[in-house]
Design a protein around this ligand. Structure first.
Ligand SMILES: [Zn+2]
Length: 277
């Protein structure tokens, strides 16, 4: 009997908004709505208020929400500070003292290609980068590579998939995440190139190095995993309670995402400026 009930509940639960996908802000909003309605009903018929509240809590537990469309509402109307308080805010771009774009050009890692009137990876650097990609592939130790990059002991690092991100942690603390393993390999290879080509790389903070290799990744035209062509497209990133536009670089060979840049397309269109990556 219990087994059957458990099966029934399992099949009835909506996995999109329950379990690991449960949206905490949506659940809180729905519980407040349920409590308000139950109180109003309870004023007139106390038992009805209680029955309604029990029904509402069960519905929220099973479906993730009581009022249809609440996940959509929180996406649109919850301010970022409130979502952040719930731990649900979209990632904020971080600033560093070193401008990554300037750094890349100052060291001629990125150069102007007059033929196409655009910035590209310096061909010598590109060649070196591919050598480092091959080294990383042969070594087969992402942890050792990350340890070199972060100056943290490999034994204390963990690397693994969390939702759609390749995430690095030390103990429980999240220290970095990448859109794919290809993106991770691209950064670790770039780190080795820059460390060998400059004298100031070791003096930079790890966060600054991360920003610089991340900026370099925007110029990579071929996937380090399968050598497929990386193309740029507009996309929308959606979670349970936020949604934003991105310019995404995706490998046409293996489908790995090399980067995602958050953009405000409406604002870009108003300003009629090209998107500066
Ligand atoms: Zn690929």
């Amino acid at each position: 009997m219990f087994q059957r009930a458990h099966e029934l509940v399992t099949v009835t639960k909506d996995p999109q908004y329950t379990g690991a996908n449960r949206c905490f802000p949506c659940t809180v909003v729905n519980l407040i709505i349920a409590a308000t309605i139950a109180t109003l009903l309870g004023v007139f018929v106390p038992s009805l208020g209680l029955v309604f509240f029990a029904f509402a809590v069960a519905t929220i537990w099973l479906r993730g929400y009581l009022i249809p469309g609440t996940p959509e509402l929180t996406k649109q109307y919850f301010p970022e500070w409130l979502l952040r308080w719930f731990g649900k805010a979209p990632p904020k771009p971080t600033a560093a003292d070193v401008d990554p774009g300037e750094y890349l050009q100052q060291h001629a890692f990125i150069v102007e290609d007059e033929a196409i009137d655009d910035l590209v990876i310096n061909p010598i650097i590109k060649e070196d980068w591919w050598v480092r990609v091959a080294d990383l592939s042969a070594e087969q130790s992402d942890k050792a590579a990350l340890s070199q990059f972060s100056d943290l002991p490999a034994s204390e690092l963990t690397l693994g998939w969390e939702d759609d991100a390749y995430v690095a942690r030390i103990d429980e603390e999240r220290i970095g995440s990448w859109e794919s393993r290809s993106a991770f390999v691209a950064d670790m290879a770039a780190h080795r190139v820059f460390a060998s080509q400059t004298t100031d790389w070791d003096r930079l903070f790890v966060a600054q190095r991360a920003e610089i290799v991340g900026a370099f990744r925007l110029f990579i035209e071929q996937c380090p995993t399968c050598e497929g062509t990386v193309t740029m497209d507009q996309d929308v990133v959606e979670s349970c309670c936020f949604r934003y536009d991105v310019i995404a670089g995706t490998c046409q060979g293996c489908g790995d995402r090399l980067f995602e840049l958050r953009v405000d397309l409406e604002q870009e269109q108003e300003q009629e400026q090209p998107i500066d990556v």
